[in-house]
Design a protein around this ligand. Sequence first.
Ligand code: GTP
Ligand code: MG
Length: 352
Amino acid sequence: MTPSTLSSEHEALLERFKDGRVLGLARAISVVENERAGFQELLHTVMASGPQAKRVGFTGPPGAGKSSLVAAVATEYRRLEEHLGVVAVDPTSPYSGGALLGDRIRMNDISMDPGIFIRSMATRGSLGGLAATTKEVVDLMDAFGFDRVLVETVGVGQTELEVTAAADTVVVVLVPESGDAIQAMKAGLMEIADIFVVNKADRPGAPRLVKELRQALHLRTGSALKDIPAHHGVDLGQVMKKERSTSPSAEKPEGWSVPVLTTNALTNDGVETLLETIQEHRSWLEQGGELERRRRARAEIRIRDVVNREMRRIAWSSADARALLARGVDDIADGEGTPYSAAEAILGALLR
Ligand SMILES: Nc1nc2c(ncn2[C@@H]2O[C@H](COP(=O)(O)OP(=O)(O)OP(=O)(O)O)[C@@H](O)[C@H]2O)c(=O)[nH]1
Ligand SMILES: [Mg+2]
């Protein structure tokens, strides 16, 4: 996979891309999204200079106001003359129809501006989370030279945790209607949030959710327990710490306490504070070495993704493997095999 294998069509595309022409970016995204021949070489070429953009992810339950908030935040960044890429991952779930249209309409307010490029993507089957190629589209936007890339993902449960694989800073957007802090904890949102936003702060229940989230965060960091003297030889603070060390976030360095902010995405209340907080998080990321750590973690995920995809492609483009697949299906139908015996035969042939 070397740049020299770029087709002449992609060479031309690349030229437009490097000239900063939006058409080049749009074409590159569609090549990548559709996994057209040569898309990996194209990505390899544009990603050579490494990540530059500030990436901010917005995630949370359907209807929390993520798109509205992203639009408000983007408008503010444009006022500061930043160039922005926006990737919105639309749900393919039953919520979709209107929501998809809704994203377009609301984001339209800002989409006539040449300093911003918005791309909506489907999630391809998985409920919420990131589409298979979202990370690559974010990489393209980064390589295109945007100062900042905003990524909106919808998720309910584990899939939204994937946003960490695309963003440096993760903003978790909740609303009073989305449940209490315990639910947020169970969904793993405490682990991935760098900033909590309680949106629709105009609705009843917002102050209560803020309070609950703060209490839950306080408990989680063990700071609520660290002043309690060890009792019967058991130091609760230590116990909490030990438990935490089994979770991935335990590797996060100390020094960032997750703030809980409130916004009203329709009136812009709280949006300025959100921008300031994102900036503070950025400084913390850059100063403490955490940005480097996150980029390394992301690089690992991306390498695994590419290898996994290539292995699948290599496996199923092998005529031997396909023949053994067909035979395995017959064997199972005849009661003479299982998926495991078939898989063993296929892997044996591939690795021979
Ligand atoms: N009252 C109130 N309504 C809001 C606020 N923010 C968004 N909304 C409304 O909430 C609805 C959902 O907003 P979206 O921005 O589409 O929410 P979303 O989280 O992007 O939704 P999905 O992408 O479908 O998951 C819309 O009708 C918005 O107008 C807010 O701060 N206050
Ligand atoms: Mg949305």
